[in-house]
Design a protein around this ligand. Structure first.
Ligand SMILES: Cc1cc2nc3c(=O)[nH]c(=O)nc-3n(C[C@H](O)[C@H](O)[C@H](O)COP(=O)(O)OP(=O)(O)OC[C@H]3O[C@@H](n4cnc5c(N)ncnc54)[C@H](O)[C@@H]3O)c2cc1C
Length: 379
């Protein structure tokens, strides 16, 4: 039988989601030969809030990827809505996009093809091998194997990197997400985050006639789905009442996971496979793109210890934001006080948003934090 993989390659990427495709592109930019395999068929959809923050757009630019006009819908900031209180701020710099996952996937795939990545679809990877990876049992030889196979990564388990989790309580760190698209003209050029008692709902404008709604909740016992949750948000309900569904409801789990190690031998993890932050941050894509760029450099230099160090640094800010937002989600009294402060002092919300998207110095962030703390004490 003729092998599909006659020659060894530099990099074999398991998973052709955003992080896998971005890593493949980054590795090709260094002249490495790359094969990527995914069990699904493109364009790949995935439950997501579909918000790409300005730092994510910037991370894509650094990989030579621009979002073509018409493929996404720009928005200029974030609006929090909680119990009748609203606070909003524009991003200090750059534009964010609401982008359908299928559009994002197609754009990344086209760039990967143009960069010379050899892609295999409907090609599930079934295991690791001392010389590479197994695609449906067939050996693909590679110097490096990149696990970009998402939050439930099997590569992570095969490489025994699961043993290096810092947060072992998966139950505590697991939350439940659902998304659905509605055919309605966006009513705002902000991405909205609606805070409820047991859940949060993101509304992201993704085109001139469509918004993406993503629900995130904590308790599996509640079995909260979009239609039930909307009852808690009369304003949203009214806006969406007559809107046609443009997609069916799809669910996914979002997990906060930190790994002590993200590589072992020739196997290295990227994107959600390498750990991640709660979806409430809207930073998963950006984090994956930044890790991909760094991993491309480190694969070229053969220095995965450097990747591990950089990976730890990259996850720090989104992890801090996730902790803060989850704290707000859990403590409704504190959330209301914070919302009042944000509403009466828009600068404090703008400061938090700047921190969220990585703008400003550490000093700015500390003074924003102190100012917010002071306002909370006074409220
Ligand atoms: C409800 C929700 C809302 C979110 N909202 C946002 C948001 O607004 N903004 C944001 O930036 N992030 C958001 N995120 C996070 C974001 O979706 C993820 O961080 C991102 O999809 C991670 O990309 P990835 O490529 O690492 O993994 P994935 O997108 O999961 O891709 C993994 C790929 O690996 C493939 N695969 C798996 N196993 C194998 C195998 N054995 N062989 C071959 N292929 C395999 C899969 O088919 C898949 O294509 C949200 C997440 C959730 C759950």
């Amino acid at each position: 039988m003729v092998s599909r993989f006659p020659n060894p390659v530099d990099v074999f990427v398991v998973g052709g989601g955003p992080a896998g495709l971005a890593t493949a592109i980054a590795a090709r930019r260094h002249g490495l030969s790359v094969v990527l395999a995914d069990g699904a068929v493109p364009p790949i959809d995935k439950p997501c809030g579909e918000g790409l923050m300005p730092d994510g757009v910037e991370a894509l630019h650094q990989l030579g990827i621009k979002i073509p006009e018409g493929e996404a819908y720009p928005f200029r900031g974030i609006r929090f809505v909680s119990d009748g209180t609203k606070a909003e701020a524009a991003f200090p710099r750059g534009t964010a996009y609401g982008i359908r996952r299928t559009n994002l996937h197609r754009i990344l795939l086209e760039h990967a093809a143009a960069a010379g990545v050899h892609m295999l679809w409907q090609a599930a990877v079934t295991g690791l091998h001392p010389e590479g990876a197994l695609v449906a049992g067939e050996l693909a030889r590679a110097r490096w194997v990149v696990g970009a196979d998402g939050a439930s990564s099997r590569v992570r388990g095969w490489a025994k990197l699961d043993r290096h989790e810092l947060d072992t309580s998966q139950e505590k760190n697991r939350r439940f997400g659902f998304r659905r698209h509605y055919r309605v003209a966006p009513w705002s050029d902000f991405m909205e985050l609606h805070w409820g008692r047991h859940c949060q709902i993101y509304v992201t404008p993704v085109s001139r006639e469509e918004v993406c709604l993503a629900l995130i909740s904590s308790s599996p016992k509640l079995r909260l789905r979009i239609d039930d949750a909307l009852g808690e948000f009369p304003e949203l309900c009214a806006r969406l009442e007559d809107a046609e569904h443009a997609s069916s409801e799809r669910g996914a789990i979002t997990v906060t996971r930190r790994l002590r190690r993200v590589y072992r031998g020739r196997t290295v993890l990227v994107g959600d496979a390498s750990g991640g932050v709660d979806a409430i941050t809207g930073e998963g894509l950006c984090l994956g793109f930044r890790q991909a760029a760094l991993l491309g450099d480190c694969l070229a230099s053969g220095d995965l210890a450097h990747y591990q160090k950089g990976h730890r640094t990259l996850i720090r800010r989104p992890a801090r934001m996730a902790r803060m937002m989850l704290f707000m989600a859990k403590h409704s009294h504190l959330r209301q006080r914070t919302m009042q402060v944000f509403q009466s002092s828009p600068r404090s919300f703008a400061g938090m948003l700047a921190m969220h998207v990585g703008e400003g110095s550490a000093r700015d962030h500390i003074s924003s934090g102190i100012a917010l703390g002071w306002e909370l004490l006074k409220a």
